[in-house]
Structure formats: C-alpha cells, structure tokens
Design a protein around this ligand. Structure first.
Ligand SMILES: Nc1ncnc2c1ncn2[C@@H]1O[C@H](COP(=O)(O)OP(=O)(O)O)[C@@H](O)[C@H]1O
Ligand SMILES: [Mg+2]
Length: 293
C-alpha cells in the first residue's frame, strides 16, 4: 500500500510541471536548438525571452546552455546554474539536482564544458546519464538549447540532433553570410530537422522582411532547404538595459515592441508547422552521441 502511494507521489512529482496531455496524444517534448553562424547576434537573449514567452502561454520550458565558449544564459536569465550536466554521473544525483529554477517556472541546466567530455564517457556511464536525462522528457513540453556560435563540429552535431532548429541572424551582411554558411554546413551534415529563421536587431519592418525573404529564397535555390520564417525582432535599447540589469526583456519591459515581436514568434512556433516526430531529450542525446563517438 505504502509502495503504491510512493510510486504515485513520484509520478506526480516527476510530471508536475508538464502541461496536461490531451487524451490519445503521445507525450512529446520538442527539442529546439537555437544557433547562428556569427556570435553576438542576440541568440542567448532571444532564447531566454522566447522561453519566457512560451512559459507565459503555459508551456513548460527547460533551457540547456550548450554554448561552450560564452555560456551566459544564467546572466541573462538572472539566476546562476547549480551544476553542469556531468554531475548526473554521481551516485544519487537526479535530474532535479542539476537544474535551476528561473522565472515563470522555467528550468535551466548548464551543459558547460561537460558537454565536450560526454564523448569520452564509457558505455556504462553514458547509459546512466541518458537514463537520468530522460526524466526531462517527463517534465518539459519544449527544451531550448542555446548552442555556441560558429560552425564547429560540436555545434553542428547539436543542431543536427535536435527536432527543430532556429537560426538567428541580424540584417548585417556578415551575419547573413554566416547564417547561410550554417545552413550549408547543416545540409552537408545531412540535417533533416525543420529549419526556422529569425532576424534580430531590425531597424525597419521592410529590412526585416527583406532579409527573411532573401535568405529563405537563396537557401531553397542553392541548398534545396525549405526554411520557415518565424519573423523578426526590432533593435531595442531596452534590451541592452535589461541585460545590464540581469532581468530579461520580457520581464523588465514586457510592453516594448521587441518583446511583442518575441511573443509573436512564440505563437508562430506553437501554431505553425509542427514536427512530424519529436525524439525528445533522450533521442537528442542518443543521436548527438552517435555522431561524436
Ligand atoms: N534586439 C536587440 N536590440 C538591441 N540590442 C540587442 C538586441 N539583441 C541583442 N542585442 C545586443 O547584443 C548583445 C549580445 O547578445 P547575446 O544574446 O549575448 O548574443 P549571442 O548569444 O548571439 O552572442 C546584447 O548584450 C545586446 O547588447
Ligand atoms: Mg550567447
């Protein structure tokens, strides 16, 4: 009797922050990698604010900081990471122990340098880690992975292992060229997940639309990629102030127009073309590790 009650309690606790599942619908955690060719395009701010926008409409979000060079999700989110992913290998440590609670119920995990070391683990350690990581699939509706900038093998593998990919660029020619290079490398890595595009730091509406149209057209023509437009985000000085205050834009300036842009993008992400099949975090790590080993 006691065992049954304990099992039930665990079941409830493990799934307590997941949105209710519609009857007949399989549990699906969307793993979305957010990347850019060039650094400094606003990827981390976008990831954090997108998470807040998705949480605002009731989604349960986990952010994984997988930027190995300049991991700063914690700075922008305004909360510091407890531990990195490798701590999961320790006896008795569960998924809950490596995540930090952020605003609006968002959870956050630092991949940190641990992600590099995953490739060196032995089979037993890996199985152990994957089993623990699978717990995230019970919790989250959407997992956002902030990848590093640049087109390194690790970044490319992260992006290729995800269920969906959002590429962030700005209207600057160097940023556009690098976003295109990322798309090309992705296609070359036999990436099959739906690609989505966001243009950040747009000064005029026309400019944003033009960049979206051009890049999508060129990627289709020369790479055979069909990329969805998620829209653009305006250049906003409030974002700079939000970064300095370590309080994300959507919380410090919720009514500013760039915050509304991000909310529209979240809406499009939820209501637009979905993915045929989500592999969840378990599938993500399996695929990632297959590629790095
Ligand atoms: N929409 C925006 N409007 C104004 N400044 C922005 C915007 N997005 C990003 N920035 C600026 O770019 C900086 C880098 O952003 P960050 O999210 O850390 O980029 P990345 O993760 O791509 O390196 C921010 O600190 C901010 O100064
Ligand atoms: Mg960043």
């Amino acid at each position: 009797m006691r065992d049954q009650a304990e099992n039930l309690r665990q079941l409830v606790n493990n799934g307590h922050w997941r949105s209710p599942v519609i009857k007949g619908e399989a549990l699906k955690t969307r793993v979305i990698a957010i990347t850019s060719g060039k650094g400094g395009v606003g990827k981390t701010n976008f990831t954090v604010n997108l998470a807040l926008a998705l949480a605002k409409v009731g989604k349960k979000i986990l952010i994984i900081d997988a930027d190995l060079g300049t991991a700063n999700v914690d700075l922008i989110l305004g909360c510091s990471a407890q531990a990195n992913i490798l701590k999961l290998l320790e006896e008795g440590v569960t998924a809950t122990d490596v995540i930090t609670d952020g605003p609006r119920g968002i959870k956050f995990m630092s991949g940190g340098s641990g992600i590099y070391q995953l490739a060196n683990l032995d089979e037993f350690q890996l199985q152990h880690l994957i089993t623990k990581i699978t717990e995230f699939d019970n919790w989250a509706d959407i997992i956002l992975i902030d990848t590093g900038a640049g087109i390194s093998r690790t970044v490319l593998n992260f992006v290729t292992a995800a269920d969906e990919v959002i590429i962030v660029t700005t209207p600057e020619p160097t940023s556009i060229t690098d976003a295109y290079a990322m798309m090309k490398a992705y296609a070359g890595n036999e990436g099959k997940a739906p690609l989505k595009l966001v243009v950040n730091r747009v000064i005029e509406t026309n400019e944003g639309q033009l960049v979206l149209d051009k890049l999508i057209k060129v990627a289709f023509r020369f790479l055979g990629l069909s990329i969805d437009s998620l829209g653009f985000v305006y250049e906003d000085r409030n974002l700079v102030k939000a970064v300095k205050a370590q309080k994300p834009l959507l919380l410090s300036y919720p009514d500013t127009i760039s915050a509304k842009c991000i909310e529209h993008i979240a809406e499009r992400l939820l209501n637009g073309k979905g993915v045929a099949h989500c592999n969840g975090i378990r599938g993500f790590f399996r695929k990632f590790l297959e590629m790095v080993r």
